[in-house]
Design a protein. Structure first.
Length: 202
């Protein structure tokens, strides 16, 4: 088992505990590190460096509102509070790596595959298919833009929530890795037909 996979496991266990206690909104770095170090002793499987797990949890806590809102847009039939704790936090991990991670370090498909593996290990019978479906839908909306228009996360959520009138469009979202404080880039491309629109619809 790779150190990164173990680190993601520790991150999931930490998020699960914080979520269960309703403490995701007010967790501080000291509390996060304390939980990770405690879980490292029991489940770390020889992992010496927990910085990846710590950074992952801190990113999710700091950007939880944005991450959760995108999950809701991507899975409209599943209210966030109806998604199981494990699946919910695996989605947060996968989406955090997709949108805020360094793609040279963790390519998007690796982030999705790792989330699926977490779901197979810790989730229910259908968890891996659910995680794959949600993250896969978001991934299809991402890509290298042909035309870049900077937008904020709030604007991105607004676009994802709108029903596009007239000519259907595909919304592709990527994050600006060089200047993450600027948020996301949005790209709208025209679909060739309604079927393609439905294939990419969030």
């Amino acid at each position: 088992m790779s150190p990164r996979h173990i680190a993601r496991t520790l991150a999931l266990q930490t998020l699960f505990e914080l979520d269960l206690k309703g403490a995701l909104n007010n967790s501080n770095k000291e509390e996060i590190e304390k939980i990770i170090l405690r879980d490292q002793e029991e489940f770390g499987d020889g992992l010496k460096d927990t910085s990846f797990a710590k950074n992952l949890v801190e990113t999710i806590v700091a950007r939880r509102i944005t991450i959760d809102d995108i999950i809701v847009r991507a899975a409209p039939d599943w209210p966030l509070d109806k998604i199981g704790n494990v699946d919910r936090n695996i989605l947060r991990i996968g989406l955090s790596e997709l949108l805020f991670g360094d793609r040279k370090d963790v390519p998007p498909k690796v982030a999705i595959d790792e989330s699926i593996e977490l779901a197979k290990t810790f989730g229910g019978e259908t968890s891996s298919k659910f995680i794959n479906g949600v993250l896969g839908a978001i991934y299809k909306e991402m890509g290298e833009p042909e035309k870049e228009t900077p937008v904020t996360p709030a604007e991105m959520r607004k676009v994802l929530s709108q029903n596009t009138a007239g000519e259907p469009t595909k919304i592709e979202v990527i994050n600006n890795l060089n200047e993450p404080e600027n948020g996301f880039y949005l790209v709208a491309n025209t679909f060739t037909d309604a079927k393609e629109r439905d294939d990419f619809a969030l």
